[in-house]
Design a protein around this ligand. Structure first.
Ligand code: 2PG
Ligand code: MG
Length: 383
């Protein structure tokens, strides 16, 4: 595919915040998502001069026309010309180029032999940085991870449990990612969720486990984890790192958690390692690793799963390197949406093309459904 034209413009994401959309060759468009609980080590989302500058730069740049893109590594040339618009603009641009090069079949363009679709890790209840209520849960996300043969069944069970949880908790408000936002503490939520999940598994015969994204850096202050909604009886509680590790290991055991993301703060590699040795659940880095190969290398012995968010590193080439490193080292890569999302479903294609076994993309809301439905569509093309 030869690039003929590239146009950028401002659009709104699911949080109604401005983001960048790039269109290549007139009809292949992609937009970048953005996070609320961003890691310290993520690349800057926009250049110092801001989103408008990045849009102007892309629109005025004359060097795209004539570039040929036949495989992923051809994007190296694009990344080399545009170091000034790293972060979100680069990701929107690279996604749009891949769409144009593949005529919207990115998975096939990147990997003709792809044969597996990922399992959806879906957010059913949330708190933390994703809502504003005072009595919100400290933990940012309570997640569901099915284990099924067909994606259809996995999508179904997540949506089924999401509906039951809404009715049971009698909440109307949702987090940015379409998860229920009750005013409850972590263990009360886990008690209820476990009961609902166990019943649903029994009734449907579909396997699904509970996970957490603790996003603990957001409440780690002065060397302790400052809970504001610790348990039914104790509101405020400070845990030092050793206590946080025991608390997390205890939750993993009591609720048979299958996945814990960012249980410790983003600098505590040793803490992750200790927790990993105490539990058989997936211990996942997100703010810890920020899709950065160097940090992933540092975390190699400390985690057995890693979040992959292309806009954390602002380069698809480097994103792929992180995925490959994870796969080669027995670390489960989990490709992920951001809390501020768009209708773009490129991550669904990357999951399939790059053999990523899990996609974290929410359950409820049109931006989350767009990604789930895209996986369903790809599953039909593969089988
Ligand atoms: C996370 C993400 C997505 P954000 O922490 O994993 O769920 O949140 O996009 O706000 O960083
Ligand atoms: Mg996270």
């Amino acid at each position: 595919m030869i690039i003929k034209s590239v146009k950028a413009r401002k659009v709104l994401n699911s949080r109604k915040q401005p983001t960048i959309e790039v269109t290549v060759n007139g009809k292949f468009s992609a937009a970048a998502p953005s996070g609320a609980s961003t890691g310290e080590h993520e690349v800057q989302a926009y250049p110092d001069d801001g989103l408008d500058y990045a849009i102007r730069f892309i629109n005025e740049y004359k060097g795209f026309a004539g570039l040929s893109v036949e495989c992923l590594s051809d994007l190296e040339e694009v990344e080399a010309i545009l170091p000034v618009v790293k972060g979100n603009p680069m990701i929107a641009l690279e996604f749009a180029i891949l769409k144009a090069a593949s005529k919207n079949k990115i998975w096939k363009f990147l990997n003709l032999d792809a044969s597996k679709v990922p399992m959806p890790l879906g957010n059913v209840i949330g708190g933390g940085a994703h809502i504003k209520s005072p009595a919100k849960p400290d933990v940012q996300e309570f997640l569901l991870l099915p284990d099924t043969e067909r994606f259809k069944d996995a999508k179904f069970i997540n949506e089924h449990i999401h509906k039951i949880v809404g009715k049971r908790l009698k909440v109307k408000s949702l987090t940015d990612e379409g998860a229920w936002a009750p005013q409850l503490d972590t263990t009360t939520i886990l008690d209820t969720l476990k009961e609902i999940v166990d019943k649903a598994v029994k009734e449907t015969g579909i396997k699904v486990g509970i996970g957490l994204d603790v996003a603990s850096s957001s409440f780690f202050k002065n060397n302790s984890y400052e809970y504001k909604n610790y348990s039914k009886d104790v509101r405020e509680k400070k845990l030092i790192p050793e206590e946080q590790i025991s608390f997390m290991a205890g939750l993993a055991k009591k609720y048979s958690l299958v996945y814990i993301e960012d249980p410790l703060c983003e600098e505590d590699f040793e803490g992750f390692k200790k927790l990993k040795s105490k539990t058989s659940t997936l211990v996942c880095g997100d703010d810890l690793t920020t899709t950065n190969l160097e940090r992933l290398k540092m975390a190699k012995e400390c985690i057995n799963a890693v979040i992959i968010k292309p806009n954390q590193i602002g380069s698809l080439i480097q994103t792929k390197q992180a995925v490959d490193f994870a796969l080669e080292n027995g670390i489960t890569p989990v490709i992920s949406h951001r809390s501020g999302e768009t209708m773009d479903a490129t991550i669904s294609h990357l999951a399939v093309a790059w053999n990523i076994p899990v996609i974290k993309c929410g359950i409820h809301g049109k931006e989350r459904q767009a990604k789930l439905k895209e996986v369903l569509k790809i599953e039909k093309q593969i089988r």
